[in-house]
Design a protein. Structure first.
Length: 269
């Protein structure tokens, strides 16, 4: 049975699609059969990433290790059972089709609360939540006092994850391994960065997630998107000498893969 990795956060701009594409590509490069779904049916950032990658390979003649991207199947109204939600059916049909021939299924969720995202969270074996280094983003996880020190209570996204955990427990499934990834960190040691770190660590103990390092803010990610490339593809496309920023970014990806602690995976790239 495939291990399902859901990348979710109800706030846009946290780097979900960048994390999804790099994790999925890393797994594919390590020889794991990796499939991918994009549940943001409107913006489709991850879908566009995959399409850009396919076009680049076709024009360049390269065959880069890649996750197998799939669209959600269409379901006609007359195929639904009484009271069945069409989005539930589309997602369950996609996962059922991919499970038999996948080691991992990476699901990229939209930056908003949708029915598809809600159901996907209940399917997650590993839930990855990229979080920008900002109390604006932290507010999605928990309410905090004006000093940024005292946690007042869980917020909307944490409550949704709690509901997903309850559904899995009721179904007798293993618990979600929730990993909050501190993303887009600045290189400098600033007061806000430390306060955010303290708040995240405190909340992790309170509501039960692990904290992992993510990517620093780097221009390279924006430059790679039009060709659908990742940091792991640079040498294959003829980049002979990686600069310091690229090397550091690859190391960040390696540390992230290690921190996810996925079954049968070692970050050997």
């Amino acid at each position: 049975m495939a291990h399902i990795i859901v990348v979710g956060n109800e706030k846009g701009g946290a780097g979900k699609s960048t994390v999804s594409m790099h994790v999925a590509t890393a797994l594919a490069r390590m020889g794991h059969k990796t499939s991918a779904l994009d549940l943001d049916l409107r913006q489709r950032t991850f879908g566009r990433y995959a399409e850009n990658r396919a076009k680049f390979m076709a024009t360049s003649g390269l065959d880069l290790p890649s996750p197998r991207y799939h669209e959600l199947p269409e379901v006609a109204a007359d195929q639904l059972k009484p009271g069945e939600n069409v989005y539930d059916r589309r997602l369950s049909a996609a996962v059922a089709e991919l499970e038999a021939d996948s080691d991992f299924i990476v699901i990229d969720c939209p930056g908003s609360h949708t029915r598809l995202s809600q159901v996907a969270h209940s399917l997650a074996d590993t839930l990855v939540t990229p979080l920008n280094d900002s109390f604006i983003d932290f507010d999605l996880l928990a309410r905090i006092d004006s000093d940024g020190k005292k946690i007042l209570g869980p917020s909307v996204y944490s409550e949704m994850v709690w509901s997903a955990r309850q559904l899995r427990a009721q179904a007798g499934l293993r618990a979600i391994d929730w990993v909050v990834v501190r993303n887009r960190l600045g290189a400098q040691q600033m007061v806000n960065k430390k306060k955010m770190g303290d708040a995240v660590d405190k909340l992790a103990k309170r509501i039960g997630f692990r904290v992992a390092p993510g990517f620093n803010e780097r221009v390279i990610f924006r430059e790679l998107f039009p060709r659908g490339l990742t940091l792991l593809d640079l040498k294959d496309i003829g980049v002979k000498g990686l600069n310091i920023s690229n090397i550091a970014a690859r190391q960040e990806l390696r540390e992230l893969i290690k921190a996810l602690n996925l079954p049968g995976v070692t970050a050997n790239f």
